[in-house]
Design a protein around this ligand. Structure first.
Ligand SMILES: C[S@@+](CC[C@H](N)C(=O)[O-])C[C@H]1O[C@@H](n2cnc3c(N)ncnc32)[C@H](O)[C@@H]1O
Length: 292
């Protein structure tokens, strides 16, 4: 059949999300997405706690000829639900499916064109899709909730691995004085500047490739460093990030699976005291302060 996809959905506890997504990817999934298994309201947890949804439905779009028994065999502990779906404008559908999300007490991330449902909230408008970082991924969500819980007034923020710039722009609208956003991907830097302009904070934002950080900030240290990358790059980046910290700088690191936390804590240990302060979907947030 031409113009169709095999859609497979699996319900799982939120601790299994990362594993299930990885399994779907290994089966050739074009895309996966997560939603509450019972359509719970999507509210982010307090900093330091609690998952998005207790039960999560992971849905994947697979080539139509993917054998169903192969998919079922990959999930021995749950029964996948299958549906053959017609080809559609998946990008447009995905954009329509994005909802305003709240992180911590005050911060809302609203897709462009969607009004913030909370008049008292602090709302970031984001154009989804240009680069990683819409708030729907647990690693981003935990960083946003952490930022919402920080006193940011007058602070300078380093967002290392900025993607869409969601963390840098959120910090700025939450009250940070300035932000430096760094990425190896030029498109991410373009998206970061565009999203900051959308939120009227571009004049307080600087963007650059990693090689540009040192010249741009030669004498500068930051009160806040946030980096949502992956544990391998974070371990390698630990000595480099030290250059931009000073005692009492607050640090938050994400993109780390639960069992990778000890290695990252050890890599930053010579100059920062970090601990797991939140976990979501098999991912953890490490946060703490610089000691020397
Ligand atoms: C998981 S995304 C995070 C995006 C956003 N900060 C968020 O929290 O959603 C990681 C980003 O880090 C960037 N990245 C990966 N390795 C990097 C490195 N060594 N130095 C700087 N950026 C890096 C990627 O290009 C990507 O945009």
């Amino acid at each position: 059949m031409v113009g169709t996809w095999l859609q497979a959905a699996v319900d799982c506890p939120q601790t299994d999300v990362a594993d299930i997504e990885a399994t779907f990817e290994s089966l050739g999934a074009l895309v996966t997405w997560a939603q509450g298994a019972d359509d719970e309201e999507i509210l982010e947890p307090e900093p330091g706690a609690t998952p998005l949804w207790a039960a999560v439905r992971i849905t994947a779009l697979l080539p139509p000829d993917t054998p169903r028994d192969r998919i079922a065999a990959a999930f021995p502990n749950c029964r996948p639900h299958f549906e053959v779906v017609a080809d559609r404008d998946w990008d447009a559908e995905w954009r329509r499916s994005l909802q305003p999300l709240r992180f911590g007490q005050r911060l809302w991330v609203c897709p462009e064109g969607r009004a913030c449902p909370d008049a008292a909230g602090i709302s970031l408008t984001l154009e989804p899709g240009l680069a990683f970082g819409t708030g729907t991924h647990p690693t981003t969500a935990m960083c946003l909730a952490w930022l919402d819980g920080q006193p940011l007034g007058n602070s300078r923020v380093l967002d290392y691995g900025c993607g869409s710039g969601i963390l840098a722009s959120s910090a700025l609208i939450l009250g940070a004085r300035s932000a430096m956003a760094v990425d190896i991907d030029l498109q991410a830097l373009t998206a970061t500047r565009a999203n900051a302009a959308r939120n009227h904070c571009a004049e307080r934002l600087t963007t650059g490739l990693p090689a540009e950080l040192l010249p741009a900030c030669a004498q500068e240290t930051f009160e806040i460093i946030v980096a949502n990358i992956l544990s391998g790059p974070l371990v390698q980046l630990a000595p480099r990030l030290r250059r931009f910290a000073r005692p009492a700088t607050r640090v938050a690191l994400s993109g780390i699976l639960v069992d990778q936390a000890p290695e990252v804590i050890a890599a930053f240990g010579p100059w920062a005291r970090l601990a797991v302060t939140a976990d979501q979907g098999g991912w953890v947030l490490l946060a703490g302060t610089v000691t020397s």
